[in-house]
Design a protein around this ligand. Sequence first.
Ligand SMILES: C[S@@+](CC[C@H](N)C(=O)[O-])C[C@H]1O[C@@H](n2cnc3c(N)ncnc32)[C@H](O)[C@@H]1O
Length: 277
Amino acid sequence: MSDNNHHVLAFYSRHPISRDQILAGVRARRGHLDGLEPQDLFAYDQDHYGGLSVVDALADRAHIGSSSQVADFCAGLGGPARYLAHKYGAIVTCIELNPHRAPGAADLTRRVGLAQRVRIVRGDVMRVPLAAQTMDAVISQEALLHVPDKRAALSEAYRVLKRGGHLAFTDWAEHRRLEKADCESMWRGIAAQSVQSFVSYPQMLREIGFRNVTVEDLTADWGRILEARFAMYRQMREENVRLGTPAGDEEFYGSYARLVALVQQGTLGGGRFTAEK
Ligand SMILES: C[S@@+](CC[C@H](N)C(=O)[O-])C[C@H]1O[C@@H](n2cnc3c(N)ncnc32)[C@H](O)[C@@H]1O
């Protein structure tokens, strides 16, 4: 495995959203973990910008309904997959690379009784262990930035989709070319391997063979969410300094500050990309 992959794996192995952190949040609210239902986790298990409403938006764009076969590329702890199974009755296969997150997702799914509808597969979205033309929809959220070869991942989405199936994903995208120093900062801070642009992503999708490609610019929404998150991190950091404990991950903090600035300047943003096979 390359050093790049190690960095992405390490980033998510020490990420603040983990199976244990989700269960700790649920336990603090309910007092115990007996008889958990999917909705008990939803406040904690969505590792993307915008919570459940943006999963609804993806479900809408990808035409997900009852018994749709869905693949979630880079599924994290399985939060969006469980929501799609619970709310829409979809059958979801999660592809997740991280050796802690994949079993964490499976454990959370079992605990809420969704193991029949949500399957967790540890794997790499550049080589998806699913048969061709088996999926009605492929989704992904805030994850392809970590994947070195996005064309390979999107080609895999095309391969596993049935004809007429839909792809809908959100990801970081450039409005203007990022400076090399900013790419390096995003790599060190948030394990972003590379970022496509609002022009290159749709072009890549068409080259792969997708049709009816659409782009929605989510930059303004992401800007507001990032600012709120950054304020929270700043507060946590100041609290740590006040308590005399180490401030922690300086690299992450510095990179996050730069990320907020890049979004506010309009250099970088978020997009929702939709396409049909
Ligand atoms: C920001 S999280 C998103 C999780 C999930 N989509 C959600 O919204 O809750 C990104 C996830 O992508 C996974 N990941 C990164 N590279 C991957 C790859 N090549 N194949 C599969 N998963 C990958 C990471 O381990 C991480 O769990």
